[in-house]
Design a protein around this ligand. Structure first.
Ligand SMILES: [Zn+2]
Length: 149
């Protein structure tokens, strides 16, 4: 497992660097160059284009509670809502389970990628929500994963 976790660490740092480039380019030019898009596609794979589509349609909302807790909600293409935590790329969509965890097609699903990209670009909509409703948001949308070995 040591080799796999080292690989994951390298991948994470590549992801971070790409997201920092997205932040920089988007701040300077309000768009992402084709060159950067193809690097993003190389790292994130097929979820990239649907994630950009979610961004175009402003489907990502960040909810913040009075106590400072936050959660993201993404409205998927089927109209279903998915809740994601800022610290985790876990998503309750089927692609996360089959494409990300089982087949390892991509490091994350389009919903998690849309959250990362919208944060990097600063285009995320922000809304406030009570602590109680924030808890409900996470409970109703997210089947928390069982501990896996
Ligand atoms: Zn998802």
């Amino acid at each position: 497992m040591a080799a796999a976790s080292l690989g994951d660490q390298i991948l994470e740092s590549v992801e971070d660097q790409l997201l920092q480039l997205v932040r920089k380019e988007y701040q300077e030019k309000e768009k992402i160059s084709d060159e950067l898009l193809s690097s993003l596609h190389f790292v994130f794979g097929n979820p990239l284009l649907p994630a950009l589509d979610l961004l175009d349609h402003l489907k990502v909302t960040k909810f913040v509670s009075p106590s400072g807790r936050a959660a993201f909600q993404v409205k998927g293409s089927s109209g279903k809502f998915y809740a994601l935590l800022p610290s985790s790329q876990f998503c309750s969509c089927p692609y996360h389970e089959f494409g990300v965890l089982k087949r390892k097609d991509s490091p994350m699903c389009k919903h998690a990628l849309a959250v990362l990209l919208s944060c990097a670009m600063g285009t995320v909509k922000q809304a406030s929500l009570s602590d109680e409703h924030l808890g409900q948001l996470l409970l109703t949308n997210t089947d928390m994963p069982e501990d896996e070995t």
